[in-house]
Design a protein around this ligand. Sequence first.
Ligand code: SF4
Length: 235
Amino acid sequence: MPDNFDSVREYLKQQAELFPEDFYIRGGANDSSEKVAESRPVYNPEHPPYEPPVTGKLSAYEKQIHGCKRCPLGESRTKFVFGVGDKSADLMFIGEAPGYYEDQQGEPFVGEAGQLLDKILAAIDLTREEVFIGNVLKCRPPQNRDPKKSEIEECEPYLIEQINLVQPKAIIALGRVAGNTLLKKSTSLRDLRGHTWDYHGTDLIVTYHPAALLRNKKLKRPTWEDFQKIQRNYL
Ligand code: SF4
């Protein structure tokens, strides 16, 4: 089970996601001071270089990079979380980073939020096996803290390769942090929702993270509207 500190920190992060204008966490989503300090990743020559896929196959790419230690999270993780699902899915769902259960099991979205995501997918006649589900970061940040800019810069090229291999019709970013990370923005979920963005040539939609829906049931209706639109446009 996650320790109490993990639970409290996760709760505060979700509150910040829901009420970004009203909420402040040091080191959290609204704290730009750490992000400025992190703006230049320090190159460590002992870290292995970035590896593009050698075979053009997603499963082979997972085997190729599963031992990655290009950033310090490679040392602290329990399991590398590559992502799961259809290797040629029409939809790719992308969260921020693995949490406690994902780190333990090596699979994304396996906790309560993941079960809710499965239900939402079922409502548009999909199973998790028919989409691809992953995260921007493949390894869990300690205590579920926000990803650091340096970690994103090291890890995001893997996600871009995954998208190139899967070639989805659309990417669905789950939550404000995932949306802002992929779009290189720093804005509210309200501003990110309702648009079709471009992410390296693929349509990108931003909607609420299922964990936010567990905290605030009022978000279910707008989320359902987003998913209906996704179903209409891409399925
Ligand atoms: S988070 Fe990404 S870059 Fe960092 S060690 Fe894990 S796979 Fe490698």
